[in-house]
Design a protein around this ligand. Structure first.
Ligand SMILES: NC(=O)C1=CN([C@@H]2O[C@H](COP(=O)(O)OP(=O)(O)OC[C@H]3O[C@@H](n4cnc5c(N)ncnc54)[C@H](O)[C@@H]3O)[C@@H](O)[C@H]2O)[C@@H](O)CC1
Ligand SMILES: Nc1ncnc2c1ncn2[C@@H]1O[C@H](COP(=O)(O)OP(=O)(O)O)[C@@H](O)[C@H]1O
Ligand SMILES: [K+]
Length: 505
């Protein structure tokens, strides 16, 4: 599913209004109804609700929500903030529509800002996607008092003050919402870790924006839905055999880190690979043969560290490498040989990334259109240098993928997948239980398995990160976030694939 910029959202509004032959006031009523519906399910009418409106259409939504909640017997206190001489037309229409017994209070200077109790229920309708400069002055004072009050803030469409799709300047005040209720689609800003404290928990409510517009508009930004993932899963054929699902090679593990190889291997098997061979240093032989009996094990001439490639390397359909490798000189040499000679697709993680990041020569040797790199943010910085903020990181992601013609799954709460053509997909599964050692090794195993099964590199990244996070979401029900381990994620992979293989409604 696409992510739209603020400008594209405005175009989508305008297109929908024209297509349906409705007025912008009708669309505002629809949006505010959808918001109110969510709000009513969350907060009881016994609550006093303090609604703060700015001068634009976001404020207009706030006015409609005030009217609707008042009709449903919520005790509404309404505040109209700032100079309303240039308020939007739909704001003015809805100000007129306020019932007689709902009198707004006007806030035009700091002394008129109410002091709120802790836990007071607040609706923030100051600014939405129309924000076009940092919030300073009176609005910033309101935001600061609301943030400091300890009130439970629900933002309409955007936390006021936060830019929708670019870096908010440092001087701008931003609401710290507990909940943000976004219209039709999530916003890019919600998916970036630096905004967690402002956005809170976000939810999307549908307001019937034109699907034709959304399907036709050009954007390089997407988020992965369950439907997208379900469409990708390939069913198995009755007369198929293991030879059809790929023979994967994992070059993983080292002294003290054979566990990483075990995790990647077990995940690769659960990811559906036909055959799996692991090449590991000698210390790994007994470990791997015992912990992963389904896999074949080749041993390196080196006792503790990977130092060579297998003889018959051409027989493998895909090679996954990195977890547990270490960065010894002999291993660096082996990774250099791999990049120089491998004909098949490569999934490169962890220490293999660190090794490549440390050498411009190795970076230049990354074979084009054959590589998936799966760095976490620190490993990514080793590849591209220090990044300034989350938007800068995304820009580096696009540039790196274009320069090296490779795929990168930049791991995080919403893992971002960059493609050589400049697209970025955000994952929507996963949870903080995954913030534990070894879950990245699991992802390497899964993606390697999918590439082995002839998924394209893009498909393998999308389905891989989605199913990886989904497994963790399913594990959450049984083990919770605190106790979750990487093995729990592997153990829930079967359920996750089953979940995605159910017929769609
Ligand atoms: N018909 C529509 O276009 C719809 C719009 N909707 C709502 O409208 C919002 C967008 O409305 P608008 O485009 O009117 O924009 P906003 O209401 O987000 O803000 C724009 C207003 O704020 C002023 N402003 C911007 N930045 C400021 C700053 N830093 N300090 C002080 N004033 C500032 C602008 O001059 C303008 O008056 C969405 O977020 C959504 O809530 C929804 O009602 C759905 C339908
Ligand atoms: N808070 C979180 N929410 C969702 N996913 C997370 C979170 N923290 C970590 N993850 C996921 O867990 C994995 C961690 O990978 P990585 O840092 O490489 O771990 P390791 O090196 O220990 O294997 C990534 O896939 C990442 O997206
Ligand atoms: K808002």
């Amino acid at each position: 599913m696409k992510l739209l910029t603020a400008a594209q959202t405005r175009e989508a509004d305008a297109f929908t209004i024209k297509e349906e032959g409705i007025t912008s006031t009708d669309l505002m009523e629809r949006a505010a109804k959808a918001f109110t519906c969510w709000f009513e399910n969350k907060f009881q009418p016994t609550e006093e609700v303090h609604i703060f409106c700015g001068p634009g259409n976001n404020g207009g939504d706030g006015l409609v929500a005030a009217r609707l909640l008042h009709e449903r017997n919520y005790h509404v206190k309404l505040y109209l903030v700032g100079d309303l001489a240039n308020a939007s037309d739909d704001f003015k229409v809805n100000q007129e529509r306020l019932p007689q017994d709902l009198k707004p209070q006007f806030i035009q200077q700091e002394t008129e800002i109410p002091q709120l109790q802790q836990k007071t229920c607040v609706i923030d309708a100051l600014f939405g996607t129309g924000l076009n400069r940092p919030v300073i002055g009176l609005y910033a004072q309101v935001i600061s008092i609301l943030n400091d009050s300890g009130a439970c803030i629900t933002s309409v469409d955007m936390p006021s003050g936060l830019y929708t799709d670019s870096q908010t300047p440092d001087e701008g005040a931003i609401i710290k919402a507990a909940y943000t209720i976004s219209f039709e689609l999530p916003k890019l800003a919600f998916l970036l870790p630096q905004h967690e404290q402002y956005v809170g928990k976000w939810h999307v409510v549908k307001i019937g924006l034109s699907q034709q517009f959304i399907s036709e508009v050009e954007t390089g930004l997407y988020f992965i839905t369950q439907q997208d993932a379900q469409h990708l899963v390939k069913p198995r054929k009755k007369f198929s055999h293991k030879g059809l699902y790929g023979h994967a090679l994992l070059l993983c593990g080292g002294f003290g880190k054979m566990g990483a190889a075990v995790l990647a291997a077990r995940a690769c098997l659960r990811g559906g690979v036909g055959l799996l061979t692991i090449q590991a240093p000698q210390v790994g032989y007994t470990v791997l043969q015992t912990a992963v009996p389904e896999a074949m094990t080749l041993t390196d001439k080196n006792r503790k560290h990977l130092s060579e490639l297998p003889n018959e390397i051409t027989k493998f359909d895909v090679i996954g490498t990195g977890p547990g490798l270490g960065t010894e000189r002999v291993t660096k040499t082996a990774i250099g040989q791999l990049l120089a000679t491998a004909q098949q697709p490569l999934v490169i993680d962890a220490d293999a990334i660190n090794i490549i990041a440390g050498s411009e020569k190795l970076k230049a040797q990354l074979p084009k259109n054959k590589v998936i790199l799966t760095p976490h943010p620190k490993e990514f910085e080793r590849l591209v240098g220090k990044v300034k903020n989350d938007y800068d990181r995304l820009q580096h992601l696009r540039e790196f993928c274009a320069e090296y013609q490779c795929y990168v799954t930049l791991k995080g709460s919403h893992t971002a997948i960059g493609t050589p053509e400049g697209k970025v997909y955000f994952n929507t599964t996963g949870n903080s239980g995954m913030a534990t050692g070894g879950t990245g090794d699991v992802l390497t195993g899964i993606i390697t398995a999918l590439v082995g099964q002839q998924y394209t590199l893009e498909e393998a990244c999308l389905l891989g990160v989605y199913v990886h996070g989904l497994s963790a979401d399913l594990a959450l029900h049984t083990v919770g976030a605190i106790s979750m381990t990487a093995s729990d994620v592997i153990d829930h992979l079967p359920k996750a694939f089953l979940h995605l293989s159910q017929p769609m409604p």
